[in-house]
Design a binder for this molecule. Structure first.
Ligand code: FAD
Length: 438
């Protein structure tokens, strides 16, 4: 049973972001019998694809199983960057070759520009700030390894990255938890559900048809003549775009075998006052770290709260169950916060891939863009957009993420039975790293 003393009056197990912009079903209509393109999923991937397609004169419907935005897109930490996380933790150079990896990092860097232009073009007021990111090194060895990463990010992603030695860490963070780190200037924070709400509005204005509470149950047929079976009747479409990421299910078994849904958990504190937040985050940057089971945290966009996230559990746990775990993680970084209360705790699914890179591709008229590996606000917006350009035939340069071999593993059918063991192993290695470094 969770320690109730950490919960503020009115504590909720919904995302803090939903206070300002909850998912909705505004504009919902039964799905049309026939369209050019049917998009499955109403997160950033689906909406970005649909928006571009509609602007290109395509008749498009978004089919969403729940309310619009109910998935990860309104639940994230809202930390944005271009290319910092591509291939993190995987050996993608060996797999894809240095040239392809360079193209991926460069495209990921460009995707950040796309994100900034999109919110400006669509006048989306989403409290976006290019604040920069501080990445804390969990051990001296991790700090030493950052020099090469800084060089790569600056060379290929114009990231404005630089090392922050341990003795300067207090310039960035009111904490001695890390062993120095790096700052990436070309990064920032956004209010994720205000961003999503802006995309919803832009889609409606562009003439995208939107069907909420319309779970897709299967897709039949061949390219040019597909039938999407839904809970509200069939939809015929020339092409389909799958934007189901960490919620990919039985309707698309091939894709389900290729993404691993992992729960990520977040808490938000009660308002602590701007002065206190400035003590914790002197530069008001968003924060991540180098642990295998990382923490990510930031000041709320209004500068009054701490929003703190991490993989508090690798089993299926509720936000209420994991809130005390995250609270302890937060107090490990900021011991001065012990005693504050939390107002919100929530969870959502991210989608990992076996090679740790996001994927887009198509087969038989069914396009997909999925596998954010925990960083998808910018990347999935970008890959949704790129998928639309591909369908429209308006790009002559394929995406570096398009058509990569999309691996699965024997005995994996979409239920990640191995996660508790893998998660425990990663946590143990993080713990050993820190103990032996102390
Ligand atoms: C707690 C948390 C923290 C995160 N923090 C960050 C962060 O700080 N920075 C960052 O860059 N990324 C972060 N992410 C990842 C980011 O949120 C996702 O990568 C991104 O939102 C994925 O967008 P999407 O559109 O691909 O998927 P989603 O937003 O998950 O949308 C998928 C949608 O598909 C729908 N769907 C699934 N199956 C069907 C079906 N059969 N029929 C109809 N609809 C269906 C679902 O209901 C869902 O609405 C975080 C994610 C979580 C959960």
């Amino acid at each position: 049973m969770a320690d109730s003393s950490i919960f503020a009056d009115g504590f909720r197990t919904d995302p803090y972001w939903w206070d300002a912009a909850p998912p909705d079903d505004e504009g919902d209509a039964p799905p049309p019998e026939q369209v050019d393109v049917a998009v499955v999923g109403s997160g950033y991937t689906g909406l970005s694809a649909a928006l571009e397609l509609a602007r290109g004169g395509v008749n498009v419907v978004v089919l969403e199983a729940h309310r619009f935005g109910e998935g990860a897109s309104t639940r994230s930490g809202g930390m944005v960057s271009g290319g910092i996380n591509v291939g993190k933790g995987g050996d993608i150079e060996r797999q894809f070759g240095a040239e392809r990896v360079r193209a991926m990092i460069e495209e990921a860097a460009d995707s950040y520009g796309h994100f900034e232009r999109l919110i400006e073009r669509e006048a989306i007021d989403c409290q976006y700030r290019r604040s920069g990111r501080f990445v804390g090194a969990h051990t001296p060895a991790a700090y030493a390894g950052m020099a090469a990463r800084v060089a790569t990010l600056n060379e290929h992603a114009e990231a404005g990255a630089r090392l922050v030695p341990p003795e300067r860490q207090r310039d960035e963070l009111g904490s001695d938890f890390y062993h120095g780190g790096m700052v990436v200037e070309r990064a920032g924070g956004v209010h994720p559900s205000l961003y999503h709400q802006g995309l919803r509005r832009a889609c409606r204005a562009a003439g995208v048809k939107l069907s909420a509470h319309t779970a897709v149950e299967g897709i039949d047929g061949t390219a040019g003549d597909l039938t999407v079976r839904t809970a509200r009747g069939p939809v015929r479409a020339r092409e389909v775009v799958l934007g189901t990421n960490g919620y990919t299910g039985a309707a698309t078994p091939w894709h389900r075998r290729r993404v691993v849904p992992v729960g990520s958990y977040i808490i938000a504190t009660e308002p602590l006052g701007e002065d206190r937040i400035r003590e914790l985050f002197p530069t008001m940057r968003v924060i991540a770290d180098t642990k295998r089971v990382l923490y990510y945290f930031r000041p709320s966009p209004d500068g009054t709260r701490v929003v703190f996230g991490g993989r508090a559990s690798f089993r299926t746990r509720t936000a209420l169950e994991t809130a005390p775990v995250l609270y302890d993680y937060m107090c490990g970084v900021f011991p001065q916060l012990r005693g504050v209360k939390i107002s919100h705790a929530w969870t959502g699914n991210v989608a990992f891939t076996f090679d740790r890179v996001p994927h887009m591709g198509d087969s038989g008229g069914v396009h997909y863009a999925m596998g954010c590996n925990g960083s998808g606000v910018v990347m999935m917006s970008h890959l949704g957009h790129r998928t639309a350009l591909k369908i429209l035939g308006t790009t002559n340069r394929p995406s570096a993420f398009d058509g990569l071999p999309f691996e699965t593993r024997p005995l994996y059918h979409g239920r990640p039975w191995f996660l508790p063991a893998v998660g425990a192993w990663y946590k143990l290695r993080d713990w050993i790293d820190r103990k032996t470094a102390a």
